[in-house]
Design a binder for this molecule. Structure first.
Ligand SMILES: [Zn+2]
Length: 318
């Protein structure tokens, strides 16, 4: 990875953030612009010309003159039904998007001056938005895959396959023609079986992708998604000594260090995929520091509402 290119690129400073999003009005204007770049449009009937605006003590509401539907800039997005000022959301987006190794719910609570349950909900909603956004991307071209287990290292238990809290994940990395990493996916699977890998590859790989893996038999199942499988014979070597998997192993090491260093123990069985989605989301945008806030705002707008009940329920993707 060209480290200097990532590390020394121009970012988005705190002063610039305060200048752009320092008031509630500025945040609302930015949210409206991101949501309706060509002006308000009724989500119910599509009317974009005839509508009224209601400004009372609650959040600014739009009322469509055609179907009488009322809505707000946050309705139908991950920010739906929020009672928090938008400025708090923007501060959270700024902090989460720019924290190189992530930021815990506890740290978010301290920085935003909110309660812990509120910090937790903000953190998990924004992680869900990142997960949702990246799930729309299919890896293509040249992809390296491997099996990995996450979770144990966070609870002080045994790491890797021997851990009590271990959760199986497929690690998949798209590389460009120069063998540089482009896009990372860390997806939870029910196990390393052909059925699970078939379901995973249909959700995550574009047909025609060339998939390199070690000799683990289940990865042959990528053929079901129209992909070519190239098993690398490792022989007596460990995967980390095989040049082909150099990037995968470097990235896995970084992810484990970042997770262990930033977060207190959490229920990895339940929330691990969200935390890993946050890691890969940030990795996938490491060349675009300047636009991270805008991108996460748009991801939040595109993500459907997540009431707390749903936020707390475990989901298994494949
Ligand atoms: Zn309408």
């Amino acid at each position: 990875m060209p480290q200097s290119k990532v590390q020394y690129q121009e970012g988005f400073s705190l002063s610039e953030f305060i200048e752009a999003y320092g008031t509630e009005d500025k945040c609302l204007a930015a949210l409206e612009l991101a949501r309706w770049p060509e002006g308000f449009r009724c989500p119910q009937c599509g009317e974009g010309e005839r509508f009224g605006v209601i400004n009372d003590d609650r959040r600014k509401r739009y009322q469509c003159n055609q179907c009488r539907h009322q809505t707000t800039a946050t309705a139908g997005t991950i920010f739906d039904s929020t009672k928090l000022p938008l400025s708090k959301w923007f501060q959270a987006i700024y902090l989460i998007a720019h924290a190189k190794n992530g930021i815990s719910a506890l740290e978010l609570k301290r920085q935003l001056g909110v309660s812990y349950p509120t910090g937790w909900k903000i953190k998990h909603k924004l992680m869900e938005a990142m997960k949702d956004r990246d799930s729309q991307y299919f890896l293509r071209g040249l992809v390296h895959v491997d099996d990995a287990y996450f979770g144990g290292e966070l609870n002080g238990g045994k790491a890797g396959r021997g851990s009590e809290n271990k959760v199986p994940f497929v690690v998949a990395l798209e590389l460009n023609d120069e063998n540089r990493p482009i896009h990372l996916k860390l997806n939870r699977v029910s196990g390393f079986t052909s059925d699970a890998i078939e379901a995973w590859s249909k959700e995550c790989l574009a047909p025609g992708t060339v998939v390199f893996s070690d000799g683990l038999a289940c990865f042959r199942a990528v053929a079901a998604a129209g992909c070519d499988h190239v098993p690398e014979v490792i022989g007596g070597r460990k995967p980390k000594d095989v040049p082909l998997f150099k990037w995968l192993n470097t990235i896995l090491g970084n992810v484990k260090t970042a997770l262990g260093g930033t977060h207190h123990a959490f229920n990895f069985q339940k929330y691990g995929d969200r935390y890993l989605a946050e890691m890969s989301y940030r990795f996938n945008r490491r060349f675009y520091l300047k636009g991270l806030l805008d991108r996460l705002l748009i991801a939040g707008i595109g993500c459907e509402p997540m009431p707390e009940r749903r936020l707390r329920s475990a989901e298994l993707c494949c």
